[in-house]
Structures are given as structure tokens and as C-alpha cells.
Design a binder for this molecule. Sequence first.
Ligand code: ADP
Length: 850
Amino acid sequence: MTLKGQGTGPLPPLLEQYVELRDAYPDYLLLFQVGDFYETFGEDAERFSRALNLTLTHKTAKDFVTPMAGVPVRSVDVHLERLLKQGFRVAVADQMELAEESDKLVQREVTQLLTPGTVMRENLLRPEANYLAALSTGDGYGLALLDISTGEFRGTVLYGKSALYDELFRFRPAEVLLAPELYRNAEFLQEFQRRFPVMMSEEGFEGEVGKAALEAQFTPLPADLEHPALMRSAGAVLTYALRVQENGLPQVRSFVRHDPSAFMQLSEATLRTLEVYEPSSVGDRSEERTLMGVLGLTRTAPGRRLLRAWLRHPLVEEAPLQARLDAVEALVRDGVLRTEVRKVLHRMHDLERLAARLLAGRATARDLSALQRSLSLLPELAGLLRGFGPLRVLSERLPSLAEVTEGIAAALVQDPPLKITDGGLIREGFDPELDALRHRAEEGRSWIAQLEADERAKTRIPNLKVGYNAVFGYYLEVTRPHYALVPKDWRALQTLKDRMRFSTPELKEQERKILQAETEAVKREYAVFLELREQVAQAADEVRQAAQVLAELDVYAALAEAAVEYGYSRPRFSRDGTLQIVAGRHPVVERSSPFIPNDLSMSPAARLLILTGPNMAGKSTYLRQTALIALLAQVGSFVPAELATLPLFDRIYTRIGASDDIAGGRSTFMVEMDELAGILQGATPKSLVLLDEIGRGTSTYDGLALAWAACEYLHDQVRAYTLFATHYFELTALPLRMPAARNAHVAAKEEAGGLVFYHQVLPGPASQSYGLEVARLAGLPQAVLQRARSVLESLEASQKGLSKEILEELLRLDLARTSPLEALLFLRRLQDQLRGLAPLELGADRVSQP
Ligand code: ADP
């Protein structure tokens, strides 16, 4: 119970109250209402001002000074949104009474708890899925994921940390709860905190507490939960979410255990290097230059969420892929249909979240009205789809929901107000009781309207007026010249300079009648609304189903739109392992600059491609475009190529570009080797492996040796489809001894003016290294270039490594056909040459083995 600050004696009462509330919510940042502001003090003020870039001031009370930072109450939402995005948990303490005297301490209470993974309020939610995750151990990692904004609740069991990270990266939870055993593991925690906002929640992970929460939520417990770690995590997620959402989570109706191996395995590194969701270059956060940015032509929020989900979970079975492709193709072929469908979808609200709000009892009249407008489009949509083979299935899965639509339309006014407690929601003629109340109020009002004329006639006061104000209610107003005509039984209410206001018992009585009828009408409206909401909520599951069908349709239409807009073609899947891409392009790069298409042909008999060429030639782009084409094909999308036939891959691995993991304390080389190890261990003959510049982070010879060995291993043992881009020309010798390896290069030509890049991939190895040329293009000073050239020459002259001839002799050597003596002599010769050569330690080992 301390507060950072300076001073003597006890804290002033206001700060004491602050500290008390703050300490009651130790993991939260407390926003403390003081009049028109939410304030923070002490250390929290420092954190708060840093997080939001606010000026830090100081609060001086009596003889105590403490840092202070605050934001206006009316604009708090923007700030809350930013805090949640940064992973803060926020508790909001409001004043529960008006401040009367300045020195009296008003009562304050925490009225809202907000955490990144449990927000429900529309204006604080990002449009993407918003997962709260929990993780515990015990026979693997149990991972549970809950999105309370839609009610989606799922989980899986993962073995091994890298599988865990990959899975988490695919779902990108807004908040992760770690079980105590993981939270207390400093190394694990640190690794985690670099990736996600991490919280600890002791309570839910205690088996009994979590289980009780699950049992209260589901009867019977879903069979999918039958795994100790999974059950613990699911229990923890639910307990934690319930603590924040005090009214329960009725929108969470089922738990699904998913099997990661039912999908193509995409690692965290692969999603990053392929820039599926985010550009990898630091500083550029725009989504435009990502796959999602290019393909994201969806028209609805659920559609967008589904597309994101599909991109991280490509399929590995052909039948469902062909079904998706059929749907896309139908929409590609019929432009009118596509346009119509997308037009209708554009008018749809976020049905998925509306359904969740309905179930949670949080839907407003505006929500119902939005629901009604959206649902009323369903018949039109179903009609559009009915005629189209592959889409008919969708139309059949689309519930009609006509009753709900009509029910809402009959009950609610056209544009209901935001607040549901002030009336003005329900249509005339819907509820007889409400109509009677309204009628009574109306009668009173017309009696009063008539009063003016009646009293003028009776009293002969010509300018007598009936008016209304908030303080006195209805009154009769008489100007000074006519005071004498005022009847005796009128009661004076108010005297102004030149006029007086009066009331009469009858007028008071009518006023009371109106007021009472109006109050009752508002109450009745609220009751009618609640009943309506309840009724509509009965159909929430169907609304959800409609939302899912529409999301799917939206994705098909978006993929079709992209296919037509960018000229994609329908991919084919080969059973014999043929990979044939004609005129393939990079879907993102081609959007921003003219692009030169390239072909690729591989098969189980030609599965390792050594790609050489100068820097900047386009090697890395070629690798990425190949991966993206494979990924898109297995999402069910058309692909950027004239023709693409591909095997179904089980994984795509990429090791492209070096990035230092400085925060993790690992060097570029370490990261590289880590990733390489993962690939060599995990890849199968059905995997696509892309390697770019392996061994760059270490000395040339080390690097070459590693690259060489990795290639051999991939070719001989793993047998994966491998594209290997390298600047080690020595590796172009590999295809000489490996039957399934091929050389290719990206063409460039030296011309008078320097190096010309053609970005064209051709068979065979590149002819020379262009490093110095690229350096020249980049504008390195002449002196440096000249010196580099002479160093290069002397290096080449003095190079003591194996000459090309000897290397080739070695590679061609076929021990089976060589006599033992010949072989021995050759090995001797070779060993002599190798001795003292760091570069070919690998070679020396191999030689000494026989
Ligand atoms: P490398 O890996 O060989 O160093 P990159 O793949 O990084 O080269 O490509 C270098 C530059 O050339 C990039 O700016 C890229 O956009 C462009 N580029 C690559 N391939 C093509 C292509 N096929 N058509 C047009 N531009 C390309």
C-alpha cells in the first residue's frame, strides 16, 4: 500500500482511496475518476503516460507530491483501445455519487474490467477474431482458445515447443494465460512475453475450479475435453473470462478440439517470411503489402475473419479443396452473379457478433434492427445462389429466418435510438397495452392543447398561452395588462417582469396523467423489447449458421474477385508428385511493380533445385512466389500463374532472410541454424522447403560446408521438394552427383553500363558472382571498388581450396566402379590437398570414413 511520490506523513484521503482500489486489482492498470477525468498516479501514471504518450504532471496534495497522468472521461474509449492493443489489463473506477462539497471524499467503485482477450464492447474490438488463450502442461501442451465476441471455443494438444509457437502464431491470441508451472519458468515466460501479452491466472488452472466452471457451462461435458492439460486450460480460460464478463457467457455453447495435422503445417517463420498477414520489413506496418492485403476483398467482417483463418490453415485433402475451387470458379465465370452477391453481402452486418450479443443478452434495439435488415436480405441471396451448382449447397445451408425478420420488423420502429431504456423503440399497433398507455398520454396532451382556446373564451384574455417548462411543468401564461381577468382559483407559479404563470387543479391533474402514462409506456416498451430480444435469441443458433454460410460465400466471392481482377488461374493437384508452374508470379510484388513471370518444373525425380544468380536478381522472390502459389492452391484459391499443377504439400518450410533475434539473445546464425534444424527434422517427402542463403551468418567455409551437407541431407534423406537459393557457386556442382538435383539461375547480364537484371529463371548454373557489380550499382566509392577488385584477384590467385577440376573428379568418383588401389591412391591425393584446409573439413571427414 505505497505510492511513488515525495512527502511526509500519511497520504491524503483521495490518494489513499486510490491506492486501496489499485491494490485490490493488482494486475490491472486502474483508471480512477476524478470529476471529468480518469487519473492515474505514481508508477502507474508513468506507465500510463508512456503507453499513451501523454504528458506526465504531478499531483500535489497537502505535503505529498506524486506523478499523475489522466485522460478526459468523454474520450476514454480511444485510450482504452490503445491500452488493450498494447496488452494492458484495465480496471475503471467510477465516482458513484456526485461531489457535493469540495472536501468530501466521494465513493468510487470499479465498474469495468477490461482485458485484451475478453472485451466484448463493439467499439473496443478489432474486426479480427479476438482470442483469449490458456496454456498448461501435462502430456503435451494443452491449448484452449476462446473468442467471446463470437462464442467460438476450441483447443488442441501440442507436442513440442515449436509446434506450440506455430499454433499460437496462427491464432494470434490477444491475451495468453499461462499455468503457474509455465509462468514460473523464467526462460519460458521471457520467450512468451516477447510474442504475446501474457497473464497469469492461478485460480482457473486449479483443476477443480476450472472443471466446475466447465460443468456449469456445459452439460454434459464435451467429450472433446477429455485430456487433462486441455481440460485445465479450457477451465482456466472460462474462469478468467467469467470473472470479467460477470453476466455469464451464454454465447459459448460448445467446445471443439481441433487436430492441427488436419491442416497444412505452416510455421511461424513461414507465415512471417511469406508476409501473409504483416509485411516483414520493420517500420512498414501497412497490410497492403501482404497476401491478406491483396486477397482481402471480402465484404463482411465474418468473411474477413474466415479468410484469415483459411490462410493459416490450408487443407491437405483434395476433395474439400475441389469443392472450394468449384465455388470460386462458379463466381469467376459469372461476373453478374459475383457482383450481385458482393453487393448484397456489403449490406450485411456482422451477424456472427450480433448472434453472440443476442445470446449474451447484450443486443440493443439497433442491433436487432441491424439483424433484421441483414436477415431480410437472405431470400434474395438464396435466390441468387440457387441456380448455380456448386453454390446451391450453400443456399441449402442458409436458414430462412423469415419469422425472426418479420417479428423484428413488426415490433421495432425504423431507426430505434441507441438507449433501450428511454422508449421510442416499439412500433404503434404492436402491443395493445403500450398503445393504450400512449393513447392516454396523447389524450392528456390534446386536452392541454385544447385548453388554450377554451380558457381564452372563458376568461376573455386574448393572448392567453399554455406553455411547458421542466421546472413547473404545464402552465397558463398571462401578460400584465390582463392580470385582472385571472380567475380566483388559479394558483400563481411564477412571476416574471411583465407576465405571470399559473396552474389549475385540472391542469395539474392532466399533467400527472400524461406523466404517469408516459412513464408506464417507457417501462412497457422496455418489457416488450426484452421479450422480443428473448424471442429473437431463440434463433441465435440459426443466425450463427447463417453467419457461417455467408462468411464462406464472402470468401469465395472475394477469391473469385481477386482471380478475375489479377488474372489468376485454377490450380490442379497432381497425384504423381508433378509440380509444374507456367508463368508464375508473386501475388504481392506484382501489385506494385511490373513483374516478369517464371516457370518451375519439379517432380520426385527432380526435387532439389539449386538456384544461383547475383544479389537482387530475384531469387528470393522466386522462392516466395512458389510457396505462395502452393499455399493459395491449398486454401482453395486460384493462383497467380498461367498454369499450375501441384502435389498436395503437408508443410511449407521457409528459411529466408536473416533476422537477428536480439531480444532473445540469439545471433542471426543461431536463429538460422535453429530454423534449419527444425526443417531438417520436420520435413517429409511431401513438404515444400525453401532455403535462401543458408550459412550466411558464419565464415564462408563453415557456411559452405553446412549448406552442402544440408543439401545432401535434403536430397538423400528427407527427399522434400527443395528450392535452394545460394551465392555459393561451389554448390552448383551438386547436381553432378545427385540424381534428383538440378541447377537453375536467375539471369543477369553485364553490359557496358553495368549489370542488367532480367528476373528470368533459366536452367543451369549462373556464370559468375556479381557482388562487386551490385556494390557498384549501389554507389560504393570508386576507390573502394577498385581495391575490392584487386583483393578479389589476389584471393582467387592464392586460393588454396580444391580446384574445380579436383572437386568435379571427387564428385564423379564412383567407388563401386573404381578398383580399391585406384580409389586409395585418389583418396591419398585428395587428403593431401585437404589437409590444412578449413573449408573442406566436411570433405576430409567424408574421405577418411572409408
Ligand atoms: P535476390 O533474392 O536474388 O537478392 P530479390 O528476390 O530480393 O533478389 O529481388 C530483388 C528485386 O527484384 C526486388 O525488388 C524484387 O521486387 C525484384 N524482382 C524480383 N523478381 C522479379 C520479377 N520476376 N519481376 C520483376 N521484379 C522482380
